[in-house]
Write a protein that binds this ligand. Structure first.
Ligand code: ZN
Ligand code: ZN
Length: 280
């Protein structure tokens, strides 16, 4: 048995549907998973319906935040997936993302590059649109020889076609998750490359730390297990699987995460009024 508490589906930028993820997790004999799409909880109920009694599917969401120069991702588990303020804020973040991609196309147009937003939209599909999709559209158009060139010439931060991303502050994201009865967890602290920023966020109302993650070395895992212990935090972990061909193409269940991580969340939900089910 194993658990995987960090998985993206087609609802954001993953390549597998929630139903396909459940089928894979069941096949691999996992005990519990969580669908943690960027800025969207629509995959949770779909996964829970598909899982029925075969697999424990815990509600989750992932939100990107900025602290100083570090990007800190915050996972919200056991959230009420019907919570109005949560749904409204996530919808606003998604709408701003579309606005940003349109803005980058406009800036490219004003630089004399012919590109239509519809092409970008088609590449993004139903998932969350972002710079990689604009880069891909530029490549498809033959404007650049590679997506890396698109970033180098146009889309890098401060570049001629760059538009800033709208992000919540860590405090806003944590408050949003908590008011929706959820538990806030710092995702993949190793990817922040700034332990001071991580420790600053830990003091804003965080209840857990994702010590186990695809990107973490064994030494990092040990360090974050110690940090979780020091701050009295829950320990979580997952693959961050985005499916084959996705930005992080590792498989569901590919990181060793103890079952106790899922059990601790279930106990937390019972003691603190968290939500285990998204199906009303
Ligand atoms: Zn992340
Ligand atoms: Zn993620």
């Amino acid at each position: 048995m194993a658990v995987d508490l960090h998985i993206h589906s087609t609802i954001s930028d993953g390549t597998r549907t929630p139903e396909e993820i459940v089928a894979t997790a069941t096949q691999r004999g996992l005990y519990a998973i969580s669908i943690t799409d960027h800025d969207d909880v629509a995959g949770v109920a779909r996964a829970q319906r598909a899982a029925a009694d075969e697999l424990l599917v815990l509600p989750g969401v992932e939100v990107s935040t900025d602290l100083h120069d570090a990007e800190v991702h915050i996972l919200g588990y056991l959230i009420d997936c019907q919570n109005e303020p949560l749904l409204a804020k996530l919808a606003q973040v998604r709408a701003r993302r579309v606005w940003r991609a349109r803005e980058m196309v406009k800036r490219l147009n004003s630089l004399g590059v012919s590109l239509d937003y519809a092409q970008v939209e088609q590449i993004a599909g139903e998932g969350s649109v972002g710079r990689p999709h604009v880069a891909r559209a530029l490549f498809d158009q033959g404007v650049v020889g590679s997506q890396a060139e698109a970033f180098r010439r146009f889309l890098h931060k401060g570049g001629p076609a760059y538009a800033p991303r709208y992000k919540l502050s860590p405090a806003e994201a944590i408050a949003l998750i908590r008011q929706a009865s959820g538990v806030a967890v710092v995702a993949h602290p190793g990817l922040c490359r700034d332990d001071e920023a991580v420790e600053e966020v830990l003091q804003l109302g965080i209840s857990g730390l994702e010590a186990y993650h695809t990107s973490h070395t064994d030494l990092q895992t040990e360090k974050y297990l110690r940090m979780a212990d020091e701050y009295g935090l829950l320990v979580t972990g997952g693959s961050d699987s985005h499916g084959p061909g996705g930005p992080i193409p590792v498989g569901v269940g590919s990181v060793d995460v103890p079952d106790a991580a899922a059990d601790a969340l279930v106990i937390w939900a019972k003691n603190n009024g968290g939500h285990i089910t998204a199906i009303g």
